[in-house]
Design a protein around this ligand. Structure first.
Ligand code: ASP
Length: 340
């Protein structure tokens, strides 16, 4: 635990430092990019494995948007990850419905919501972005679009997730659990320090060697949600936002509370005002608490962000949120600071 739960480096800036930061941003405007210095950050411990695929693209001078798509496809295809893609826990009626979105350095974005039967919703979202005049496709229409573009229809409900759903049906109480441990995962075989908590959504942000940014976010959403429920993850501005002049942010946790404050966009706008990534994430978390202090004590929400200088940071409501970071200097999982 203690090895894994190393706190994110870099502290909250005092007001003088914030002013310096602001001045630096103003002076360099949108050219304050650390070119030749790529970075990828993603939510949770399992982001570390996803970062490997993203880093493969970034280290060959690939585009950030290609890196994040390649990265998040890893947990999407992993049946032991019960909160993303194939093997994701179903809704209360037993359907696995997936949400994903992607955004590039030109404010292009694509999203799919409540998509069934497709292992890689992120790649469908990318095609929505690149091949259609729209940004969002939902449900049956998203499936039709995916099939028309060569994606294969598959059964995403694994026996393990079906079993968990049948177990849940006995009481059928919708109570999102914070920081769920993955029962399927054999910790003794985990090469990562401290084991592998199988939580939630993967949100991934990258800056490539040219200093351009991209982001992706993909999830099966809250386990045993109502059929048709969509969370923050595929909503541009809520679960993900990329502004190539400033930075990028993404989130994981109870999506309803992130949507309420348009969380990822808020984090990016706070960075625009001069906040560090960590402090911007903290302010967004505090906003959630301000909206509903009682509820905020019982749920988890975490944000992670990067800026154009290649700095990263995270903040969460509760302990247990982690981020995976890879750049030229590090390839590590960090425990996020939290309010509670
Ligand atoms: N944000 C996701 C949702 O609300 C779930 C999560 O990240 O835990 O669907």
């Amino acid at each position: 635990m203690s090895t894994r739960r190393k706190f994110i480096q870099g502290s909250v800036l005092g007001s003088a430092a914030v002013l310096i930061e602001k001045a630096a941003l103003a002076k360099t405007n949108n050219t304050n990019t650390v070119t030749g210095n790529p970075i990828v950050v993603s939510t949770w411990d399992f982001g570390k494995t996803a970062n490997v695929a993203a880093w493969d693209v970034l280290s060959k001078n690939g585009r950030a948007v290609d890196a994040v798509e390649a990265g998040v496809r890893v947990p999407e295809a992993d049946p032991t990850n019960q909160t993303i893609g194939y093997g994701g826990l179903p809704d209360r009626d037993g359907f696995v419905t997936l949400d994903a979105c992607i955004m590039d350095e030109f404010y292009n974005c694509g999203s799919v919501m409540a998509l069934e039967h497709i292992v890689h919703p992120i790649s469908v979202a990318r095609l929505v972005m690149e091949k259609t005049p729209h940004i969002v496709l939902v449900g049956e229409g998203a499936l039709q679009f995916a099939l028309a573009n060569g994606f294969k229809k598959e059964n995403l409900l694994t026996p393990e997730s079906e079993k968990a759903w049948k177990e849940w049906l006995k009481e059928a109480r919708y109570e999102p659990v914070m920081n769920i441990e993955n029962k399927l995962y054999d910790k003794t075989k985990d090469p990562m320090p401290g084991g592998h908590d199988n939580h939630d959504t993967i949100g991934m942000l990258a800056m490539d060697a040219k200093g351009n940014m991209g982001g992706a976010c993909t999830t099966s959403g809250m386990a045993f949600k109502m059929h048709g429920r969509v969370g923050d993850s595929p909503i541009i501005g809520a679960g993900l936002y990329v502004d190539n002049e400033i930075g990028a942010a993404t989130s994981s946790g109870v999506g309803e509370e992130v949507i309420r404050i348009v969380g990822s966009h808020l984090v990016v706008e706070l960075m625009r005002q001069g906040h560090t990534p960590e402090n911007a994430c903290k302010e967004a978390v505090l906003r959630i608490i301000k909206r509903n202090p009682e509820k905020a004590k019982k749920i988890q929400v975490g944000f992670v962000a990067i800026n154009k200088k290649g700095q990263y940071g995270a903040y969460a409501l509760q302990k247990g949120f982690s981020i995976s970071v890879r750049n030229n200097k590090t390839d590590k999982v960090f425990a996020s600071k939290s309010v509670y």
